[in-house]
Design a protein around this ligand. Structure first.
Ligand code: GSH
Length: 208
């Protein structure tokens, strides 16, 4: 069968999670860095979102579905172990429906696409978001707890799915301070950031 193609630009946290899944499994893939709503993406995702995937005759969209396909169809370490599958899906759902919105689309975007006076980040908007940012990081901290993993006590797709979000938070003043102030979050992030799958998928910074 032809090589796996992962389609979507590498700055996207959702593209990164499926790349990390492929990297963890040792699956070679071609990254095709398309933006959302390009013809190539629209041909596979009914709402034009990235990532999408092609593997021979198989075309798929949605990061959770793509990661599950990669896990089931290739050798390598299991990313959705059966005994943790429900717990992994619970955390994927919480991260994708709540944390992605608050931590990335609301909070991070205040810095990435500043809307304040003179092109500065909107301080009032950021301050209004901080209680919810803190609350969500409290939830994450408590879920990681003493096991050091998000689901059960082993590395799974639940961890892969949240790490690209923490990567971006590390580049914000309040997000990095909150992580630095928690031994649990700092240990979790530092340990997982050493993984080859994380290092090999670090997104280019603007201007690179
Ligand atoms: N539920 C989707 C979300 C993917 C998503 O929101 N991707 C963003 C880029 S990070 C996107 O395509 N945004 C364009 C849009 O929503 O129109 C998944 O898990 O793959």
């Amino acid at each position: 069968m032809s090589e796996l193609q992962i389609i979507g630009f590498p700055q996207s946290t959702y593209v990164r999670v499926v790349r990390m899944a492929a990297e963890e499994k040792g699956v070679p893939y071609e990254l095709i860095p398309e933006p959302p709503h390009s013809d190539a993406v629209d041909a596979i995702h009914p709402f034009g979102k990235i990532p999408v995937m092609r593997h021979g005759d198989v075309e798929l969209c949605e990061s959770r579905a793509i990661a599950g396909y990669i896990d089931r169809n290739f050798d390598g370490p299991v990313l959705f172990p059966r005994e943790l599958a429900a717990e992994i899906d619970q955390w994927v759902s919480i991260v994708n429906t709540m944390m992605d919105k608050t931590l990335i689309r609301d909070y991070l975007f205040c810095y990435l696409f500043p809307k304040g006076a003179n092109g500065e980040p909107d301080r009032a908007a950021i301050d209004a978001l901080l209680p919810e940012v803190d609350r969500q990081l409290d939830v994450l901290e408590s879920a990681i707890g003493t096991s050091g993993q998000l689901a059960g006590d082993r590395f799974t797709f639940a961890d892969i799915n949240v790490l690209p979000i923490l990567f971006y938070l590390q580049n914000t003043p309040e997000g990095s301070a909150r992580i630095a102030g928690s031994a649990t979050l700092t240990d979790y992030y530092d340990r997982h950031a050493e993984r080859a799958s994380f290092q090999n998928t670090i997104p280019p910074t603007p201007g690179d």
